[in-house]
Write a protein that binds this ligand. Structure first.
Ligand code: KG4
Ligand code: ZN
Length: 351
């Protein structure tokens, strides 16, 4: 395998992120830079992401961020082998900023441009730390190998169960029919008057609460799909009846969080068994949640399955995961056209 160095930009929502990843000929690699400029404070006042505020801020911070990432990596743009950017799914006006800048940089540096699916970044992110410690499994047919596995991806916009057979070979087994898991955390937090983003706030308060205090519904729609809007409504109805709200918030948070975890763990295990996978991975912003990580780890251990969770630093949106997906794709021969557009609804895979 040839060595390769890749720059990646991620601007699908409210984080502007730039990373540089290098892979040696022996398959090991080093993350040379991974920078994130978060806009959380800018959007907090509105209780959620305002698209125009997000895109204007991406446009302001991205160039200095690229310059810093290259300086930290001690590289010039001409020493890169390819430049990747998130092409979707995400907010159109945010995606356009990183996508256009990556194409421009790639033309200027005379290197290929790679359009990467944000969800593929999340899906592959649990394997990124392995690259730094040992070469990923490779063979002649698949120089960029990953082991076959069942991936549970839980983010602010998506909840997906994917059977990943190899890089680029994915089958969608289940998805949310309404709210994504992270979206449910954010909406329930908002109902309780907690700040955006709601996931970390709910997790913090749940530590002091009793997960059995409220019997919230575990909505189990058909097959391996998810539905979280009924759970959100149940919390809304419970709030006015909760009495001393400041005292009850930890119990409400713990009970809500437990209901989400029960459903996610239950379906992930069913999907793993159904697809014959012996490895389960967990990624996406909600995978920062320690209660979810331990519940899924314990359930996998009980069922004799291997478990690999994305480290929290690569769980919420970042460019290292886009660089990693880009690198594995690049080494499998993938290239994008300069006339390709972004796609806010870009699908990762189909049933
Ligand atoms: O993957 P991500 O950064 O962005 C998307 O691609 O959507 O995920 C963001 C989501 C938000 O909904 C946030 O509330 C949730 O991840 N999140 C958490 C935690 N940390 C972030 N949810 C539950 N527990 C957490 N500790
Ligand atoms: Zn994401």
């Amino acid at each position: 395998m040839n060595s390769a160095t890749l720059l990646a930009l991620e601007t699908s929502c409210d984080e502007s992120a730039v990373a540089v990843l290098h892979r040696n000929g022996d398959g090991t690699g080093t993350l040379l830079a991974s920078l994130i400029s978060t806009q959380i404070e800018l959007h907090r006042a509105y209780g959620g992401v305002v698209p125009e505020v997000a895109s204007r801020n991406h446009a302001l911070v991205l160039r200095p961020l690229v310059e810093r990432a290259l300086a930290e990596s001690r590289l010039s743009a001409r020493q890169l082998d390819a430049i990747a950017a998130t092409a979707g799914p995400g907010l159109a006006s945010s995606l356009l900023v990183g996508h256009s800048m990556a194409k421009t940089l790639a033309v200027a540096a005379g290197v290929p441009f790679l359009a990467i699916n944000h969800m593929e970044g999340h899906l592959l992110s649990p394997f990124l730390p392995l690259l730094e410690s040992s070469p990923l499994a490779t063979n002649a047919n698949s120089p960029a190998g990953i082991p076959p596995h069942l991936a549970l991806i839980v983010s602010g916009g998506h909840t997906m169960l994917v059977h990943a057979r190899a890089v680029g070979d994915y089958q969608l087994l289940g998805r949310t029919l309404d709210d994504a898991a992270g979206e449910a955390f954010d909406k329930v937090a908002r109902l309780m008057g907690l700040p955006y983003p709601g996931g970390p706030e709910i997790e913090k308060r749940a530590l002091e609460g009793d997960p059995t205090a409220y019997d919230f519904p575990r909505s189990i729609p058909r097959e391996l799909d998810f539905s979280f809007s009924g759970l959100k409504t149940a919390v809304r109805y419970a709030l006015p009846k909760a009495g001393d709200l400041p005292r009850e918030i930890p119990n409400l948070c713990a009970s809500f969080q437990q209901a989400v975890i029960d459903v996610l763990v239950n379906k992930a295990l069913r999907a793993a068994h159904g697809s014959g996978c012996s490895l389960v991975t967990l990624s996406g912003g909600v995978s920062c949640n320690n209660a979810l990580r331990s519940a899924l780890a314990e359930a996998c251990a009980r069922d004799g399955l291997e478990f690999l969770a994305c480290p929290p630093r690569f769980s919420t949106d970042n460019a290292a995961m886009i660089a990693f997906a880009g690198l594995l794709r690049f080494q499998s021969g993938y290239r994008s056209h300069f006339d390709e557009d972004i796609d806010p609804n870009l699908a990762l895979c189909h049933p």
